[in-house]
Every structure is written in C-alpha cells, then in structure tokens.
Design a protein around this ligand. Structure first.
Ligand code: AMP
Length: 129
C-alpha cells in the first residue's frame, strides 16, 4: 500500500493501530482486516476484529462493504478455532452509536469468550417493547 491509511478520513486510534503507529497485541492480519486484543477486556478472552477500511458505524456500511463485513466474522471464526473456544462458544458483537455503547468510531467486532455470558446485555427491565 503506497498511502498510509491515516491519510484517509475517519481517523481514530484504530487507524494508528492499523498503521503500527501505536502498539497492539495483534492476533491476525491480512489485506482487509486486523484482529488485536482489547486493551480493557470484558471477558477472559476479548479481542477486536476491524476492517482496515475506516467505516465509522454499522449505519455507514455501504453496499460495497458487505463482503468486507462478512470477512470480519470469518476472521473471528478462524481465531475462535485457532484459540480453542469455537466449540464452547463466544459472543461476536458490534456496538452502534451512543445507545449501543460505541466509543471508537471505526467499526469493530468484539469477540468475547472464555466464560458463559448472560442475555439480555442490560440490567433494567424494558418499560415498553
Ligand atoms: P466500543 O465501546 O464498542 O466502541 O469499543 C471500543 C473498544 O476499543 C473498547 O472495548 C476499548 O477497550 C477498546 N480499545 C480502545 N483503545 C484501544 C487500544 N489502543 N487497543 C486495544 N483496544 C482498545
């Protein structure tokens, strides 16, 4: 790649990780995606799978990105197999905007594993459906 990804729009801290400007515990990399350990793990195993293309939120995914987003799930499944938690199971989730709890505006698949997780992912009861 001749041009640094940081020269494109939508730069976040994840762009710096992609460009190796800041360190990360990288678990997987190919031409489309990168996976690295979450700096603030919420489960015994917690890593993020991100596209190298900086897409801000799920809402910004374009028609041409459909295969790329599928690729993120493929990477998650390959790493689940490699790290031995595919059979036990895991959660693979993307947060979107404020109510979804998104803090970094470069889409990322959270992969959480290593213990059973609850559902639903909130404590208070819904007032209305
Ligand atoms: P979200 O709140 O869904 O946007 O998730 C952002 C995630 O990025 C959080 O789980 C953070 O812990 C994680 N995170 C932020 N900065 C870094 C970093 N430098 N390296 C690894 N993970 C990070």
């Amino acid at each position: 790649m001749s041009e640094s990804i940081s020269q494109t729009t939508n730069e976040t801290i994840f762009t710096k990780i992609i460009n190796k400007e800041i360190p990360a515990d990288i678990l997987y990399e190919d031409e489309l995606a990168l996976a690295f350990s979450d700096i603030n793990p919420q489960a015994p195993i917690h890593f993020l799978v991100i596209p190298k293309k900086p897409i801000t939120t799920i809402n910004a995914i374009q028609e041409e990105d459909k295969a790329l987003v599928g690729h993120l799930y493929w990477v998650a499944a390959k790493l689940a197999e490699k790290h031995g938690f595919a059979k036990d199971g895991y959660r693979a989730v993307m947060n979107c905007n404020e109510n979804g709890g998104q803090t970094v505006y470069h889409i990322h698949l959270h992969v959480l594993a290593g213990k059973a997780m609850g559902w639903p992912p909130y404590q208070d009861k819904l007032k209305t459906l």
